[in-house]
Design a protein around this ligand. Structure first.
Ligand SMILES: Cc1cc2nc3c(=O)[nH]c(=O)nc-3n(C[C@H](O)[C@H](O)[C@H](O)COP(=O)(O)O)c2cc1C
Length: 204
């Protein structure tokens, strides 16, 4: 049986350029402009359009607006002190600074349905794909992004602070904005080091 040849997007070379040129900007360097409300809606719509076995939508996006960042930073510090009474002043300052970075901040929650035929691993991978689509959509609109975790991503208190449900995990904090700083390219893996072609080696 033959099927018709795949229809490539007319702008496929720009799509490939987009994929091949994505790289992170440092969250601390990101300043205005960031995506406006309409652009952020587009970005998060793209982030929701990821492979999702079982149509579970096993992720949530929590936007932390610039106007509430000071409150968010203080709330993060309160969680830090509650969970880690030994937190150093440097970590406390860094935590506050973490919350203030970039014009746009989106926390991505991984919300896994337990005891479900779709394995948790697949649902978690879908949340990672959502983060990546989010970054790519922002890149397509000309913004820089940075996917960070740090201690807040591993704190149940921060999950609650974000309005998450018990069992939710934080896939990451994604910071979006602009910067004039030149982006240094980082070494990328050698193609042959990460790609192989399977061949039957032995009888099972
Ligand atoms: C799940 C996840 C969490 C990350 N958390 C951090 C982090 O907390 N701090 C950091 O410096 N980089 C973190 N990174 C790496 C950056 O997001 C980024 O990928 C890295 O700096 C490489 O830049 P590139 O995206 O241009 O390849 C994380 C990446 C992933 C996938």
């Amino acid at each position: 049986m033959t099927v018709s040849a795949p229809t490539a997007f007319n702008d496929r070379s720009s799509t490939l350029r987009l994929l091949l040129s994505r790289r992170s900007g440092k969250a601390r360097d990101l300043v205005a402009p960031g995506p406006d409300d309409a652009e952020l809606r587009q970005i998060l719509t793209c982030a929701s359009r990821v492979p999702d076995h079982g149509k579970l939508a096993p992720w949530r996006f929590v936007v932390v607006p610039k106007a509430t960042r000071a409150a968010f930073g203080e709330a993060l510090v309160a969680v830090l002190k509650a969970e880690n009474p030994q937190a150093t002043p440097v970590l406390i300052d860094n935590t506050r600074a973490f919350a203030h970075q970039a014009p746009v901040l989106v926390a991505v929650l991984s919300r896994v349905k337990r005891d479900h035929p779709i394995p948790a691993w697949e649902q978690e991978l879908s949340a990672g794909a959502a983060c990546q689509n989010l970054l790519l959509a922002a890149h397509a609109l000309g913004y820089r992004g940075n996917w960070l975790t740090e201690w807040p991503a591993f704190s149940e208190g921060v999950v609650r602070l974000l309005g998450g449900e018990p069992g939710d995990r934080i896939a990451g904090f994604i910071f979006l904005g602009s910067s004039d700083k030149p982006l240094e390219e980082r070494p990328r893996p050698d193609y042959d080091a990460v790609v192989s072609t399977w061949a039957p080696a032995c009888d099972l």
